[in-house]
Design a binder for this molecule. Structure first.
Ligand SMILES: N[C@@H](CCC(=O)N[C@@H](CS)C(=O)NCC(=O)O)C(=O)O
Length: 167
């Protein structure tokens, strides 16, 4: 999908003009966390939301955090300049990114391997940002060494076949 050159076919099915969008029997579904929950509900396995209601609530809390915190911070820190964001906004995004990584670091402490029980949509919601996050670290914009739990969690997700297949 060339997002700089959106086809009419794509614009006809994506009401926001954004990806992802899934067309299910003619109806467009969008917002990645919503699409992921829909897919989790219609497919038998693997189930990617915890059974336990409280763990499920935590999975959703972290899915919301990926939308509200990690995604915008990584996006503006990575491509903010070419998308017309000011230097102040980019600096603010980098600060937000550090706060977000610190919150993830704390959550993943105490030998917690994933954000909410087993591997879940909470982890999936974050993983789409990993490539850009790695690039920001390589460019010296952030120091991932300050967040060892986050790095271990990223490595474990990056090693999954599903992550590699999406790359
Ligand atoms: N909150 C939305 C964000 C979707 C989004 O911003 N997608 C970006 C790519 S990561 C996009 O399609 N951008 C194209 C554009 O804004 O023109 C979601 O999670 O689905």
């Amino acid at each position: 999908m060339d997002l700089a050159n959106k086809s009419e076919e794509f614009l006809n099915v994506s009401p926001t003009g954004k990806v992802p969008v899934v067309v299910a029997n003619g109806d467009s579904l969008y917002e990645s966390n919503v699409v992921n929950q829909y897919l989790d509900e219609v497919f038998e396995s693997p189930k990617l939301l915890p059974e336990d209601p409280k763990q499920r609530a935590y999975a959703r809390i972290w899915m919301a955090s990926a939308d509200d915190n990690l995604y915008p911070a990584v996006f503006i820190a990575s491509v903010g300049r070419e998308r017309g964001f000011s230097e102040a906004q980019i600096a603010e995004a980098l600060e937000k990114l550090k706060t977000t990584l610190a919150a993830l670091e704390e959550r993943l402490g105490d030998r917690r391997e994933y954000l909410a029980g087993e591997f879940s949509l909470a982890d999936v919601a974050h993983a789409g940002n990993f490539v850009r996050l790695r690039e920001l670290a390589e460019e010296g914009e952030i120091g991932l060494a300050d967040y060892p739990n986050v790095v271990a969690w990223m490595e474990s997700i990056e090693a999954r076949e599903s992550f590699k297949a999406a790359g």
